[in-house]
Write a protein that binds this ligand. Structure first.
Ligand code: 3H9
Length: 714
């Protein structure tokens, strides 16, 4: 037996235990170990049935995702899991799969090859492969419809969401839910079926019937996939594979699945999504902050400001079960903020996301008030007032006098200097940026900004807290706009320039929406409120350089006309009562006039140019941010963009996207833009120039840096 898999006979039951922490992935050695276990059980006349169970916290959470990169890099031919599935299904002794934790991907496929499946009530099963840009590749698309029916299989394979044990039982994926000890329950179950014929999933064709019904299921699923997973190929491929199960005999269906799996695996989308999967986990690792760094317990929070951001931030704490005080300056603003929080929760209850009782619990955790009462007990204070340095400094000097010594002092600023804000206190080591994204109760990203004095303990506490709040925390250095907004400024600048040069706002937004962005940049400006940037620009007016093309000429003019975006019913677009945007001739005229007066030549602009100008602007600034150490790794920038700015996950983030285009090609375009639009905006980042010259990628840069840091530590 391999060390990764243990076999032991317990009475008349052969027990195969997988021990491949942390998630019992089917890494090399695991399938071989399970096969060896089945062979032992088959050869032992004392054994009447077999139980397969996961050691540690879970059943098998899937194939080992790290192996996929080896296949696409040509270092490995394939992950051969079909022999494992066949061996289990053809076992001479019945096999019972005992599931706890997550049976995902190859884990569920292994389970479905068994003759019976039982699980704890807390177990989850799923085929999440599409989230990695692939489809189930070990029989999942063929066995799941046979167990759960075509509609359920399509839903699970195409959309990748897990189902809990209760739903899995109802669907026919599980045969029984076990209360108490899983192994004991599994052995009892195994004894109860030992004498019965062992049903092979491959032969269970009853649920595949009804061709007419199936046609409708596939048509609907394709329509939904095109809408909900816009731009992604794997969901449609998964539907094709399940459809094959309804049209082909099992073995032919498996061949079809294998072909589709391989095509998906070699797709750029899959590489991008796998990059995002590991990236989400990599960002939690901070080279100079060891895992064992001391952290502060965050048991009570206080938020200053009950506006859009403050209210959303308070909801995050309440959702995580942490009592939170919300302070406002006026009764009116406080009542307004609380009413919005209540309305958000009510909407969630209406949509069935959680019960009224949970809403009541969460509301009870939020204490609205006009004073600093209770702030002295808070473990964290989050300032979320509007973007003005003077106001922020005043607030920090006030809370410095009240907060206990080990209270984390966080600011939700999106652009201002953490160091300057911290200078208003006598404890800059406790000050950190917690930049939430709007709507703060929904968006996954938390940009955590480290000032020059911020202590390691405060950073480690913030990274942990992000997880507790259900966020992805990404650490950034202190500069104007940090990672996300510093880059978005360049992106938005190009969107506005393109409009001045002749593209209609709806063309710019349309091209980027088609590229895969959740929203076009101008529509996003209208949603966030054009006045927000306008106010920040006034804060930084002293930095404007005379003689340089004004970057936000049109948004400034729109704001001067009171067109702040959706909140005033007008911005780049005009909005109807349902907030549906339409192009506004008044805006078109304004743009033309302003461009003429500024001497900007208007021309026809292609969608390709829109993508290159806006996305490469992100990449170029991203490369600078990386070189300056504002972002720890290129992948950190990608994770910021995927989770805070609606960048399509299947493109991997701006830096990964640049890798797929080839840095040499990206640089050539940037040099062209530099000639046409000036070095002020388009001087290529030195790091980009170097990597392009050396024929490297940002991903390779990250790997080299990691290896160097590991070397230094050793
Ligand atoms: C598949 O099965 C294809 C098949 O159809 C056929 C193939 C032929 N492999 O998330 P966590 C690592 S595709 C390798 O922090 P949690 C993860 O990187 C697969 N590594 O824990 C992390 O490493 P580190 C289908 C994996 O408790 C550590 O484990 N399955 C894998 O929050 C802990 O992970 C999936 O897509 C893996 N499969 O969540 C499931 N999974 O500590 C993907 C995890 O170095 N995994 N790691 O950063 C998950 O959804 C979550 O990890 C899980 C646990 C819910 C299981």
């Amino acid at each position: 037996m391999s060390e990764l898999v243990a076999y032991a006979r317990q009475g008349d039951i052969g027990v195969i235990t997988i021990n491949n922490p942390p998630v019992n992935a089917l890494s090399p050695g695991v399938p071989e170990g399970i096969i060896a276990g089945i062979e032992k059980a088959e050869a032992d006349p004392e054994v009447r049935a077999v139980v397969v169970i996961g050691g540690g916290r879970t059943f098998i959470a899937g194939a080992d995702i790290r192996e996929f990169g080896k296949i696409t890099a040509g270092q490995k031919e394939r992950i051969a899991l079909y022999p494992l599935m066949n061996k289990i299904e053809d076992s001479k002794k019945p096999v019972v799969m005992a599931i706890h934790g997550t049976a995902f991907g190859g884990g569920l496929e292994t389970a479905m090859s068994g003759h019976y499946r039982i699980g704890l009530a807390t177990a989850q099963v799923g085929q999440p492969e599409v989230k990695l840009g692939i489809i189930p590749g070990a029989g999942g698309t063929q066995r799941l419809p046979r167990l759960a029916g075509v509609a359920k299989a399509v839903e699970m394979c195409a959309f990748g969401e897990p189902v809990d044990a209760k739903a899995a039982l109802a669907a026919g994926i599980l045969d029984e839910i076990i209360e108490g000890d899983l192994l004991q329950g599994a052995m009892e179950f195994a004894r109860s079926i030992a004498q019965k014929p062992a049903p092979k999933t491959r032969d269970r064709n009853e649920k595949l019937q009804d061709a007419a019904g199936n046609t409708a299921i596939f048509a609907l699923a394709r329509e939904q996939a095109r809408k909900i997973r816009r731009g992604q190929t794997a969901p449609l491929a998964a539907i094709d594979a399940v459809e094959a199960a309804t049209k082909l005999p099992f073995d032919k269906g498996i061949e079809r699945e294998a072909e589709i799996f391989r095509a998906c695996l070699f797709s750029t989308q899959s590489k991008a999504l796998i990059h995002a999967f590991f990236g989400e986990r990599t960002v939690a690792k901070i080279p100079d902050i060891p895992k064992e760094t001391k952290t502060y317990d965050i048991r009570r929070a206080a938020v200053i400001g009950a506006g859009t951001m403050g209210g959303g931030i308070a909801m995050n704490y309440a959702n995580a079960g942490i009592p939170v005080i919300v302070k406002e300056a006026s009764r009116e603003a406080l009542d307004r903020g609380l009413a919005i929080i209540r309305k958000n929760y009510e909407n969630s209850v209406k949509k069935g996301r959680f019960s009224q009782a949970i809403m009541d619990q969460r509301m009870a955790l939020i204490t609205p008030q006009l004073t600093y009462d209770g702030f002295e007990q808070a473990d964290i204070i989050v300032e979320a007032v509007f973007e003005g340095m003077a106001l922020k400094k005043q607030i920090f000097s006030e809370i410095d006098k009240i907060a206990k010594p080990d209270c984390v002092l966080a600011t939700n600023t999106s652009t201002l200097s953490i160091d300057e804000i911290a200078s208003a206190t006598r404890r800059p080591q406790m000050v950190i940026g917690h930049h939430f994204f709007s709507p703060a109760n929904v968006m996954k990203l938390l940009e955590i900004v480290r000032g020059k004095a911020t202590s390691k303990e405060v950073i480690a506490t913030s990274m942990n807290l992000a997880k507790k709040l259900g966020k992805i925390g990404v650490l950034a250095g202190n500069c104007k706009g940090f990672i996300g907004n510093r880059m978005i400024h360049c992106y938005a600048r190009e969107a506005v320039f393109l409009v001045e040069e002749g593209a209609a706002p709806e063309q710019v937004d349309g091209a980027l929406y088609d590229f895969g962005m959740a929203m076009g940049p101008l529509a996003m400006g209208d949603l966030a409120g054009l006045d927000v940037g306008w106010r920040i620009r006034q804060e930084f007016k002293h930095l404007e350089k005379p003689g340089v093309r004004k970057t936000m000429m049109i948004p400034d003019l729109l704001c001067e006309m009171g067109r702040y975006g959706q909140k005033t019913g007008k911005g780049w677009y005009i909005y109807d009562a349902d907030r549906k945007p339409s192009p506004d001739p008044e805006v078109a005229a304004l743009i033309e006039k302003a461009a003429r007066e500024a001497g900007i030549e208007r021309r026809k602009i292609s969608n390709e140019e829109i993508i290159e100008r806006t996305i490469y602007a992100l990449v170029n600034e991203g490369a600078r941010i990386l070189e300056e150490g504002i972002a720890l790794r290129a992948v950190d920038i990608d994770i910021v963009y995927l989770n805070g700015y609606g960048f399509p996950a299947w493109r991997g983030g701006p830096m990964f996207y640049a890798d797929t285009i080839g840095l040499k090609n990206v640089l050539a375009k940037i040099e062209e833009f530099e000639k046409r639009h000036g070095a002020e905006f388009w001087a290529p980042a030195p790091l980009l120039q170097r990597l392009a010259r050396e024929g490297k990628t940002f991903e390779a840069y990250d790997k080299e840096k990691e290896a160097m840091q590991a070397g230094a530590r050793a």
